[in-house]
Each structure stands twice: as structure tokens, then as C-alpha cells.
Design a protein around this ligand. Structure first.
Ligand code: MG
Ligand code: ZN
Length: 225
């Protein structure tokens, strides 16, 4: 078999990755964080592929936490408002950010969303990133924690193929555990791989459907019921 062709750093044409763009993003992320801290709000950046169950996890978390925290969701998506509407149906304040062609949220879009929210009446903001496991890793948003969601239905390589995402996150969720027995995917091996990539990451197994792991996830995110 011929050797794989390996792109050198900066070789793939991608304007997003220009150093000054990343630096500017970090500056805005820092200012988002200062604003959140000033207002006493905790923000969590939620990343994962389309269909991993990010919105379902946020529905479960919001349901469990809404007695304790005043919650809003910033829902990132390329073009639709489906997720924001799902959250609103549950009585959770939600603002949609459509990125158009971009496959990730950046700190500037989040700054705009923060301006549109009434920050004095919030304690907790979940930021649902665009369904993509590659470039969101490079664009911190100013959130206090980053959580990556994979599901057992996505196959056995979801962790090993996305190392930067697991390096950038403090919490990894293995979702759809109710499907594990049908999928032939070993959650132990997903967990081992996540810990190999990032020994400090906390791994939680969940099923948004059965409620498995939601309490544990609340603890892993540093939240309390
Ligand atoms: Mg979603
Ligand atoms: Zn992107």
C-alpha cells in the first residue's frame, strides 16, 4: 500500500486557520469569559457530530437543572432553527445562531448571541456548537467547560479520529448507551481511547432516552441539582 499523503501544517487552503484569525478569536473568547464571569454565568460549549444527541442531552440536562438555574441555550447550526425550537418548547430560553457556510461557532458569533440575551436573568448557558468534530476544537468561545458528545451509533472510531476535540474538552459523553448492545460498539474501548488521548478527561456514559448518566454528567460539569 502506498504511504498516505500527509498535509503539512498550513498546507490545506483554509482561511479560517490563519494565525491572526485564531488570535483574534482567542481575544474575543477572553472577553466573552470576562462578561460571563461578571454576570455570574457559567457557560458550557457542547460539541459533537450531527446526530450524536447534543440537543437531546441538553433537553435532559435543562429539565433536571431548571429548578436550580436560569438557563439559556445558544444553538449553533448551519441553516436551521430546529434545535432552538426544541429547547423553547421545553420552556428554555434559546437563541439560534446560523453560521451559513461555516462549520463551527466562533467567539465573535457567541459575543453577538450574548448581546441578544438578558444576561442579568441567567445563571447557566449551554452553547450547542455546529455538528462537526474537527474545527470547533480550534475556536474556543469563552465557555468555562467544553464537552464533547459521541454516541455508540457512530461506530468505534469516533474518538480516535477526532483527537483534537478530545484534547480540547474536559468532559466526554458516550451517548445512546441504550443502543450499545445492538451496535456492537464497545463503550469501554471508546472510553479507553478518550483517556489515552486526554488522561484528564472525565468520561460519562449516558442515554438521553432512559436518563442513564444524566446525574453523573451534571456532577462532571461541576453543576448541582
Ligand atoms: Mg442538535
Ligand atoms: Zn469549521
Amino acid at each position: 500500500m502506498p504511504e498516505p499523503i500527509v498535509a503539512e501544517e498550513g498546507e490545506v487552503f483554509d482561511i479560517e486557520l490563519e494565525e491572526d484569525v485564531l488570535r483574534r478569536n482567542r481575544e474575543i473568547a477572553d472577553s466573552n469569559r470576562r462578561l460571563l464571569d461578571e454576570k455570574g454565568i457559567v457557560a458550557i460549549d457542547v460539541m459533537g457530530s450531527v446526530g450524536s444527541g447534543k440537543t437531546a442531552i441538553l433537553e435532559s440536562l435543562s429539565e433536571a437543572l431548571k429548578g436550580k438555574y436560569r438557563i439559556a441555550v445558544i444553538a449553533g447550526d448551519v441553516t436551521t432553527s430546529i434545535d432552538a425550537e426544541r429547547m423553547r418548547k421545553r420552556g428554555i430560553a434559546s437563541i439560534q445562531v446560523n453560521t451559513g457556510k461555516e462549520c463551527h461557532l466562533d467567539a465573535n458569533l457567541v459575543a453577538k448571541a450574548l448581546k441578544a440575551l438578558d444576561l442579568n436573568s441567567l445563571d447557566l448557558i449551554f452553547i450547542e456548537n455546529v455538528g462537526n468534530l474537527i474545527c470547533p476544537a480550534e475556536f474556543p468561545l469563552g465557555a468555562h467547560k467544553r464537552m464533547v458528545v459521541v454516541s455508540v451509533t457512530e461506530g468505534e472510531y469516533m474518538v480516535s479520529k477526532h483527537p483534537f476535540m478530545f484534547m480540547a474538552s474536559q468532559v466526554a459523553v458516550i451517548n445512546k448507551m441504550d443502543m450499545a448492545k445492538y451496535m456492537g460498539v464497545d463503550p469501554d474501548s471508546l472510553e479507553r481511547e478518550a483517556k489515552r488521548i486526554n488522561p484528564k478527561i472525565t468520561v460519562v456514559r449516558t442515554s438521553a432516552k432512559t436518563g442513564e448518566g444524566i446525574e453523573e454528567l451534571i456532577g462532571a460539569l461541576g453543576l448541582k441539582r
